[in-house]
Design a protein around this ligand. Structure first.
Ligand code: FUB
Length: 324
């Protein structure tokens, strides 16, 4: 027993700990997990909830890595609100991607002008140090729509940034990954595309009672491609909490076809859900968050992971939340 305690302590001091259980990170709150595979290693970029407030209060982001999905190394917090001179508050959801040996971490924050905007930080290493690439926002439209960036580089080298809350937008990024030339496009919402419509002035409870509004794009898009098929997973709406739903397309810019809900139900103890899907060493994983750490809840969310197998036709099965 002494030996195992000693080994655990050594791992902890080295910033490594072992968790095959959900939530996989039990030392910090880690919402909005965004996985990235680089050089045979899994990285996960997360937020950093500070519970005790009556909203999502976050001032920095975190990074963890694993070779085997069991042993996780804590790389600390290489990016925070202070990294962006134009940021005021709300270090919300983010995603990191590698291109030509550089790492681009797309984040969203509340600006000094009181809007939400998307910024990008760059590093030579997946674990930082990261630096604001522009000294100003990458996407700012003077609204609160600009949250939850997700980034993807297609086989032809074209990179796409999707994001949004209630409204879903995309823009084609330039090769430098920190600018765009074309215009920002809003993806039309429809029952066919995302399972339902959000009507201004109608509460989600009312929408749930109407069959045609059985789901809706809320936020947290996760954009990726598998076997020539484009996928966008997103936080949809069910009962009183968010679920994870998805749509597919033959093109990176749509039209999108609603495919249904991936993850619903309990126990989540969190109003939101937000995550990413990725393949690693021949297996497929869904990263998501719950509020299940002791004393947590909607404003103290933690990363959980489920392994799953795609169906033969490329569809995603229903995935249960587990504690393993
Ligand atoms: O973490 C803050 C916000 O909550 C995210 O931006 C949303 O997707 C939701 O998870």
């Amino acid at each position: 027993q002494f030996k195992s305690k000693y080994i655990a302590l050594s791992f902890l001091l080295a910033g490594i700990y072992i968790s095959a259980q959900n939530p996989v990170i039990q030392t910090h709150f880690t919402p909005d997990p965004a996985p990235m595979v680089y050089k045979n290693k899994m990285y996960v970029y997360t937020g950093d909830d500070i519970p005790g407030y009556d909203f999502y209060y976050m001032t920095k982001w975190r990074v963890y890595s694993s070779d085997d999905m069991v042993n996780w190394t804590d790389h600390g917090s290489p990016l925070s609100l202070e990294s962006f001179s134009w940021a005021r508050d709300r270090a919300w959801a983010a995603q990191c991607i590698e291109r030509n040996g550089k790492f681009y971490w797309y984040i969203c924050v509340q600006t000094v002008d009181n809007n939400m905007a998307i910024g990008v930080a760059v590093s030579d290493s997946p674990t930082g140090p990261f630096k604001d690439a522009l000294g100003k926002p990458l996407v700012t439209t003077g609204t609160w729509d600009n949250i939850d960036p997700t980034v993807f580089i297609d086989d032809d080298g074209q990179a796409y940034l999707y994001w949004g809350n209630s409204k879903l937008f995309y823009v084609k990024l330039n090769k430098d990954m920190v600018s765009y030339g074309g215009k920002i496009t809003e993806i039309p919402q429809s029952v066919e595309a995302f399972g339902g419509l959000r009507r201004p002035g109608r509460s989600d409870e009312v929408l749930q009672k109407q069959e045609q509004f059985k789901d809706v794009f809320v936020e947290g898009p996760w954009f990726y491609k598998r076997n020539k098929q484009y996928y966008v997973m997103y936080a949809g709406m069910t009962d009183r909490t968010e679920c994870l739903s998805y749509s597919i397309s033959d093109s990176p810019t749509g039209p999108w076809k609603y495919q249904g809900k991936i993850m619903t139900g309990q126990p989540t103890n969190s109003f939101t859900n937000h995550g990413g899907i990725i393949d690693f060493k021949g297996k497929s994983y869904l990263f998501y968050h719950t509020g299940l750490l002791p004393g947590a809840g909607s404003y103290g969310r933690s990363t959980s992971i489920e392994e799953f197998k795609y169906n033969q036709d490329g569809s995603i099965p229903k995935i249960e939340m587990t504690k393993e």
